[in-house]
Design a protein around this ligand. Structure first.
Ligand code: F0G
Length: 353
């Protein structure tokens, strides 16, 4: 066995890079595909979680970022810009730091999790907080890239989706086949588009016998694709997917329609419930947005919409440590269980006595 080399070297033939491309990598990809016993039982099939929080900066964004930053460097960029709900900026700033590029980050004021803000700061970024949402940040980011010498690395940059599609390759490589259904959260809609691209390319090349249905889930307060119209004032506790006008809207619809899949909405309550269950039953701690796919799968199972015997893969997109505030909100037990330094008091609170 040789060490994992990052997604560009592992999947070089499938990516728009040449021998001249200076590869900027943190060893991203190669993330665990974890079997979930309780979800498998629930859907009477086999459910695996693609744990993307295991990437170097804690989210799937690193797959696209190694490709986008390497390409920007090859093209002679000196500075890079992105709009972000937090994970893209955490990833961009890390890869920019390695490449020696100046990172500029635009985020919605007060709406990104503290862990993600800390990442951008530690990677040396100029973090600009915008009075507005992600959609406004993206407009500004596009404007900057048009008028100034700075490269845009949001997923409107097609190289990002090329890098992100490697997650589909890994799933097929590990399972030895394409899943019947692939489930994931949808925000700016880049990732569902990238996965569909990857599954299709692998099938076309004969690496898999077919392609999965793509099931995407938006947060109910930020579900423009479900509603069929932009949401002017999106709101959800899942700040990572608090987006009202996704850039890859049409690609996501194509993924849904070409795969006979679905894009639906889940409530914040369903998201938080799924987040807790993943933590408590699978040992997988994800951030709220990352649980939207599992929330959607649970809802579909309850509604009797999941056929028995299917192989289902679910991407959990980012690590729970990025947003501990939301995880701890509404948790009383850590406050209620304060004791003096005493064994019997501990035994009592722990329910052992
Ligand atoms: N899950 C997490 C944890 C995310 O950070 C995002 C997007 C998504 C899901 C949705 O993926 O946008 O490709 O549909 N985060 C972007 C950001 C918007 O700026 O970090 P998508």
């Amino acid at each position: 066995a040789r060490p994992w080399r990052g997604v560009i070297e592992e999947y070089r033939d499938w990516l728009p890079v040449s021998a001249k491309t200076p590869v900027v990598t943190l060893g991203e990809g190669g993330t665990p595909l974890v079997h979930s016993a309780w979800l498998s039982e629930l859907v009477r099939g086999e459910v695996h979680l693609k744990v993307e929080g295991s990437n170097p900066t804690g989210s799937f964004k690193d797959r696209g970022m190694t490709a986008a930053i390497s390409t920007a460097l090859e093209d002679g960029a000196r500075a890079v810009v992105c709009a972000s709900t937090g994970n893209t900026s955490a990833s961009m700033t890390a890869y920019a730091a390695r490449a020696g590029l100046t990172p500029i980050v635009l985020v919605p004021l007060g709406k990104i999790a503290a862990g993600k803000m800390a990442q951008a700061v530690m990677h040396g970024a100029e973090v600009i907080q915008v009075r507005g949402g992600f959609d406004e940040c993206l407009q500004i980011s596009r404007g900057l890239a048009e008028e100034y010498p700075v490269a845009l690395v949001n997923s409107v940059n097609p190289v990002r989706l090329q890098g992100q599609k490697t997650a589909s390759f890994e799933i097929v490589d590990v399972l030895g086949r394409a899943p019947d259904v692939h489930v994931l959260p949808v925000g700016n809609a880049g990732n569902i588009s990238a996965y569909w691209l990857g599954f299709r390319e692998y099938a076309e090349a004969g690496m898999a016998a077919g392609t999965p249905q793509m099931w995407g889930f938006q947060a109910a307060g930020a579900a423009p694709i479900v509603r069929g119209a932009p949401v002017p004032d999106p709101d959800t506790i899942a700040t990572a997917i608090r987006i009202g006008n996704p850039a890859s809207w049409h690609l996501a619809e194509a993924a849904r329609d070409e795969s006979s899949g679905r894009i639906e909405a889940v409530t914040d309550e369903q998201i938080l419930q799924a987040q807790r269950l993943l933590g408590a039953r699978d040992g997988v701690f994800v951030e709220p947005a990352s649980a939207a796919g599992v929330a959607g799968l649970l809802a579909a199972a309850e509604a009797g919409q999941v056929e028995a015997g299917l192989t289902v893969t679910v991407t959990v997109t980012g690590h729970g440590l990025k947003d501990t505030e939301t995880a701890l909100s509404g948790v009383d037990s850590i406050v209620d269980s304060v004791i003096d330094a005493d064994v019997s008091a501990a035994a009592e609170v722990a329910g052992l006595a």
